[in-house]
Write a new protein. Structure first.
Ligand code: SAH
Length: 394
């Protein structure tokens, strides 16, 4: 039993089933035992559990930087100060690449005032601080960390550049099922739980998604898990509220399931306020697994670069749920203009990825040229990352 699993089993014994949101929150962000509280090396990269686009090729962060710059040049008066915010910076690689790109360019060089990082994990903050050290030493630029976007001190007159890469997919979600009574929440209970007055559907046995870029050979028996989903017997205030939180959900037939993240909605609303309300100006890029619709069964875990059952080794695997970009767009309505989502393939190729790769290859030693191209191509592969990741502009 992992430490997080022990805490969950005790909680369920004392208080009854927990929501998927509580499960995800505990597994990823429990203050001492959560997955993201560990050292960055055990999470990211070839020795960790997964690898993300900025870690695969520097071209990713460079093109994100160029997009942000283009928005600044189109929308801000020359010389306007810049504050740049990243949500969930991981190892800090994306921000390092974005800053390296932006700071070579005259319009930004003297305008950048602050780099604001929203990160809950002390271990990852340490890793980020190491990677971004050179920028914190530049006079006139402040690099600061915050627990939440609500805590960030903003300069209302500055232009905000915001990035969130693989951030929204890590936020807790609730799993709801439509019944004749309304929306009921699917909870997590202990198996066997003789006391639960609830119903389990046959389809509740977790089935990992098929993902062509991921090897799924890790032996895994979901029947060995001590935790299992269970449908609440009646709608609750939260399930009713979330079920009504998008007009799209009303049209779904009885029996439908939806993965809904109120945390994602709230943060997207906040992004809209920061970028678009009260005469503020800014631009943001949200990049994640997902699409422009709600998902019913995308919750999964990663361990050692393989997709595993989300109940496998709680607290020791990365957990992810696809992002409903239309839900984020609904949260941003009224404050900010939204563009996309586009596939990562379309975004990067339209931003001139191949031209940039060619430049890097020309400057590299011959033996490095192929690996530079292979890494970039992985980002736009239509059988993998190029299609699975979507990019939304705000
Ligand atoms: N953007 C990085 C890391 C993605 S992993 C990359 O693409 O490589 C998710 C990141 O979000 C981690 O840094 C994690 O600690 C952070 N995170 C997760 N939930 C968070 C929350 N509620 N608030 C702030 N940061 C969070």
């Amino acid at each position: 039993i992992t430490p997080v699993e022990k805490i969950l089993l005790d909680t369920i014994k004392a208080n009854g089933p927990v929501s998927f949101a509580t499960y995800m929150q505990m597994c990823l962000s429990h203050p001492t035992e959560g997955y993201y509280m560990k050292s960055a090396n055990s999470i990211f990269g070839s020795r960790g559990d997964f690898i993300t686009s900025p870690e695969i090729s520097q071209v990713f962060g460079e093109l994100v930087g160029v997009w942000l710059l283009s928005q600044y040049m189109q929308n801000a008066a020359p010389g306007t100060h810049i504050q740049i915010i990243e949500l969930g910076p991981g190892r800090g690689t994306l921000m390092a690449d974005v800053l390296r790109t932006l700071m070579q360019l005259t319009p930004v060089k003297s305008a950048l005032r602050s780099v604001l990082l929203v990160e809950t994990s002390p271990a990852l903050r340490d890793a980020q601080s190491e990677v971004l050290k050179q920028w914190s030493e530049v006079p006139g630029i402040t690099v600061k960390w915050h627990e939440s976007l609500d805590d960030v001190c903003l300069d209302d007159n500055a232009f905000t550049m915001l990035v969130a890469h693989e951030f929204f997919d890590a936020l807790p979600f609730h799993l709801l099922e439509r019944s004749h009574q309304g929306w009921q929440e699917v909870m997590i209970t202990v198996d066997p739980d003789t006391t639960a007055k609830t119903v389990l559907r046959a389809s509740d046995l977790p089935k990992p998604l098929t993902d062509p870029s991921v090897d799924m050979t890790l032996p895994l028996s979901s029947s060995r898990s001590r935790l299992r989903p269970v449908l609440s017997s009646v709608p609750s205030p939260i399930s009713n509220l979330l079920g009504r939180s998008s007009p799209r959900f009303h049209e779904l037939p009885v029996g439908s399931r939806i993965e809904v993240s109120p945390a994602a909605f709230r943060i997207a609303q906040k992004i809209g306020e920061i970028i678009g309300s009260l005469g503020r100006k800014g631009a943001g890029l949200l990049v994640d697994y997902g699409a422009g619709h709600v998902f019913d069964n995308s919750f999964r875990a990663f361990k050692g670069h393989k997709i595993v059952d989300p109940f496998y080794l709680p607290g020791q695997c990365d957990l992810t749920v696809n992002v409903d970009f239309t839900y984020l767009s609904e949260a941003l309505a009224g404050t900010a203009t939204r563009h996309g989502p586009l596939t990562q393939h379309d975004f990067l190729t339209r931003m001139g990825m191949h031209l940039r790769v060619k430049k890097l290859q020309d400057a590299a030693r011959p033996e490095r040229r192929k690996s530079i191209e292979d890494a970039a191509n992985r980002l736009v592969d239509l059988m993998g990352m190029g299609k699975q990741y979507k990019v939304m502009g705000v």
